[in-house]
Design a protein. Structure first.
Length: 230
């Protein structure tokens, strides 16, 4: 059995981050299927925040309004090509991107993930990672279900799936210390990363982006496994 440590720096509104997560999940599933004794390996994933400041407004607005602002320098033909490309890539891995819904700041969604990570035990050998499940649900909620993941009621709904008390979650989301900690980490990540997100780092040395093929991850997993047993 080996422990493979993975660090993911991401933001929920980033489509490539969602794609990157799906590719990472597929790679982990492949590792457990094809690598000798791979089912017994533990994948310890740390989710670290990055604020893209996707919505410049202090409140939730229609996602379409934000998209219009961010892509204002693109022609309608260029937008269509971009959306078609993302739709094609997404569907190939089971993601159905939709453009409706609202969005505010993602900082509270990141802070919910921080709380889940702090409360959840390390996954057992071959077991499900509670934090990974919550991250997946939040990505799906924003990109596919057109839900506002900056809404505290929405976040509390997902906290129940993680086995947390909604009242505890509400207190956490209103906690100034928790806000400061998340903001500081997000700022540090933005200062360090010049090329944006997602960034996935395996065993502290193998770095990947959102377009990484699952088979590329597998090689890094194999190397990490061998190094952990030396």
């Amino acid at each position: 059995m080996a422990v493979i440590e993975i660090e993911v720096i991401y933001d929920f509104v980033c489509a490539w981050c969602y794609i990157g997560k799906r590719n990472l999940d597929r790679a982990i599933a492949l590792h457990r299927k094809v690598y000798p004794d791979g089912r017994s390996d533990i994948f310890s994933i740390e989710w670290r925040p990055y604020y893209l400041n996707y919505n410049p407004h202090p409140h939730s607005v229609d996602k379409s309004e934000v998209i219009d602002e961010r892509l204002s320098n693109m022609t309608s033909e260029q937008r269509t090509m971009l959306f078609n490309r993302m739709d094609q890539i997404g569907r190939s891995i089971g993601i159905h991107f939709r453009g409706g819904g609202k969005i505010g700041s993602t900082r509270d969604a990141h802070r919910l993930v921080h709380l889940v990570q702090a409360k959840s035990p390390e996954p057992a050998s071959g077991g499900e990672d509670t934090t990974n499940i919550v991250v997946e649900k939040l990505f799906e909620a924003y990109h596919e279900l057109e839900m506002d993941i900056s809404d505290h009621d929405v976040l509390k709904e997902f906290s129940v799936d993680a086995g947390l008390d909604p009242k505890e979650v509400e207190e956490w989301l209103e906690n100034d210390i928790a806000m400061d900690t998340g903001d500081q980490e997000a700022k540090q990540n933005k200062d360090v990363l010049m090329s944006g997100v997602p960034v996935c780092i395996v065993q502290g040395k193998y770095s990947f982006d959102g377009s990484t093929d699952p088979w590329e991850f597998l090689e890094a997993f194999s190397n990490a496994r061998d190094e952990s047993q030396e």
